[in-house]
Design a protein around this ligand. Structure first.
Ligand code: PRP
Ligand code: MN
Ligand code: MG
Length: 179
């Protein structure tokens, strides 16, 4: 069982660092959508995106419809390869400008799965924003707005967990003992 022990976390992104990244992403997203639409549907990919979604959308200057999906596939620090869907969007995204909001893209399996289903509803467009992106995506997912690229480290905090622990840290870091 994983215990909560923040002294084991090496900080990689402070609260201030995260705020700067979120601000930059919000201005890129505002600049992209403003000429084409006054409304977007933002989909939060729970649970990891909870804090990022909330902080990002507070800085979007458009009408934003909120939507939530809850999917997961990780156990400890490795993917099970199986996507479990616990909650799905509760309103149609047909003809909507959909922004999928993810905390981290690793293999891309989670986003690939969601994108395939979202496109079936014939949205007006789909864009992807991810706070973090690892370098290799086996599933050919292209992120439109990336906060930062990170190496092959398992990071926690600001929504990201290790077996459901550490989501509530206001910063992002890695477990020292895990190296
Ligand atoms: C994590 C993370 C992303 C996904 C990224 O979710 O939040 O959603 O894995 O990995 P991938 O690109 O290899 O699919 P997780 O399955 O841990 O669920 P959680 O968000 O509820 O923690
Ligand atoms: Mn997730
Ligand atoms: Mg997780």
């Amino acid at each position: 069982m994983m215990h909560f022990d923040p002294s084991k976390i090496e900080v990689l992104y402070s609260e201030k660092d995260l705020e700067r990244i979120v601000e930059r992403l919000a201005s890129e997203i505002n600049a992209y959508y403003t000429p084409i639409t006054d409304e977007i549907t933002a989909v939060c990919i729970l649970k990891g995106s909870v804090h990022f979604y909330s902080d990002l959308l507070k800085r979007i200057n458009l009408k934003v419809r909120y939507n939530f999906v809850h999917v997961s596939s990780y156990s400890g620090s490795s993917t099970t390869g199986r996507i479990r869907v616990k909650t799905w969007v509760d309103e149609s995204v047909t003809d909507k400008y959909v922004l999928l909001v993810e905390d981290i893209v690793d293999t891309g399996g989670t986003l690939r799965y969601i994108i395939n289903y979202i496109w079936k509803q014939k949205p007006a467009g789909v864009k992807l924003v991810s706070l973090f992106e690892k370098t290799i995506h086996e599933h050919g997912v292209k992120i439109d707005f990336t906060g930062d690229r990170i190496g092959d480290l398992f990071v926690v905090g600001y929504g990201l967990d290790f077996d459901e622990v550490y989501r509530n840290l206001p910063y992002v870091g890695y477990l020292k003992s895990d190296l």
